[in-house]
Design a protein around this ligand. Structure first.
Ligand code: SAM
Ligand code: DTB
Ligand code: SF4
Length: 337
């Protein structure tokens, strides 16, 4: 048997698998619901087989998040502590200075992150805000990191400016199934999200789009979210699967817990339906045991948020994550050359 020496946090470079020709395959919600209902061992076996056909199963992509503008958002997303409609105790914070952002990115890089993701609590950026973020993208890129931003809805010219700044990924989540969306968000439509994703795709920027589970959705609605993502043509390069972080003061602050095995199932089905995507084990890891996280990796997750904070809530500390990856014989990789 071949043995592998694990050099933790020496990030390796790998070539991204292109979305396979099968990317244009359409999935029905019913087919995905059937996958979610498979016997657990059958589902994980299938996901693991597909994972191994497309990726090194021991390599994990690490993204560090920074909230560059927090709180006071004009959207009413029921899960979000940053919405001005809720009282979750998040202080409104003006946009961070460029130097502060670059310092945080450099620190994340030194800790072993390959991608730096900057988030802003906006419905959509103004021209001036977009110009400032584009500067941040240029500077982080100059460090040799992959860049990702999540700023809300984008107009055509804003997409072009981000492209010119060299942005690698735009994060814009569909969050849930179209049928459940109106119960969670009323200040925008599902189609608004799809329109922004289409503009980003047309500009040639990689798409990072996923959703949140554990918001009280049914299994069919969870299948509906995965179907929407998998049927994007091509499907997103990165797919963050968030487990709801229940924040007091938000409408979903006391939502019932999702069975952790149903979270693992969602990861497995994302892997099966989007075989060449980086499936990210995202928000909610701090509330998750190492065992459940290990099952997520077995189910095909090959990316995670790394660093002690998400945007406004906590994430496992880096020592804990290094020890976890070490225990599992996993190591970070980046596609940046
Ligand atoms: N305002 C922009 C937008 O909504 O696209 C960007 C920032 S927003 C905070 C980015 C994503 O964070 C949301 O789409 C949602 O998926 C995720 N998110 C926010 N609050 C969350 C929570 N409590 N638990 C899990 N994910 C959450
Ligand atoms: C994503 O899918 N999850 C991240 C990132 N993309 C921007 C955000 C999670 C936010 C969790 C709640 C918070 O920390 O405010
Ligand atoms: Fe605003 Fe984004 Fe939070 Fe919705 S998820 S309230 S758009 S910051």
């Amino acid at each position: 048997m071949q043995t592998q020496t694990v050099t933790i946090f020496r990030t390796r470079k790998q070539t991204a698998p292109a979305n396979p020709p099968g990317a244009a395959r359409r999935w029905s919600v019913g087919e995905i619901a059937e996958l979610l209902k498979l016997p657990f061992a059958d589902l994980l076996y299938r996901a693991q087989q597909i994972h191994r056909e497309h990726f090194d199963p021991n390599a994990v992509q690490l993204s560090t998040l920074l909230s560059v503008k927090s709180g006071g958002c004009s959207e009413d997303c029921g899960f979000c502590p940053q919405s001005a409609f809720h009282s979750a105790g998040v202080e409104n914070q003006a946009m961070l200075r460029l130097e502060t952002v670059v310092q945080a990115a450099r620190a994340a890089q030194q800790e072993g992150a390959g991608r730096f993701c900057m988030g802003a609590a906006w419905r959509e950026p103004s021209d001036a805000e977009l110009a400032s973020v584009a500067e941040m993208v240029r500077s982080v890129r100059d460090l040799g990191m992959e860049t990702c931003v999540t700023l809300g809805m984008l107009r055509e010219e804003h997409v072009a400016q981000l492209r010119a700044a060299g942005l690698d990924y735009y994060n814009h989540n569909l969050d849930t199934a179209p049928e459940f969306y109106g119960e969670i968000i009323t200040t925008r439509d599902y189609q608004d999200r799809l329109d922004t994703l289409e503009r980003v795709r047309r500009a040639g920027i990689n798409i990072c789009s996923g959703g949140i589970v554990g918001m009280g959705e049914t299994l069919e609605q969870r299948a509906g979210l995965i179907a929407q993502l998998a049927n994007l043509d091509p499907y997103p390069e990165s797919v963050p699967i968030n487990n709801l972080v229940k924040v007091e003061g938000t409408p979903l602050g006391d939502a019932p817990d999702l069975d952790p095995l149903d979270f693992v199932r969602t990861i497995a089905v994302a892997r099966i339906t989007m075989p060449g995507a980086r499936v990210r084990l995202s928000a909610g890891r701090q509330q998750m045991s190492d065992t459940v996280q290990a099952l997520c990796f077995l189910a095909g997750a090959n990316s995670m948020f790394y660093g002690e904070r998400l945007l406004t809530t906590g994430n496992p500390d880096v020592e804990h994550d290094r020890a976890l990856l070490d225990k599992l014989g996993m190591y970070p990789f980046t596609e940046k050359t």
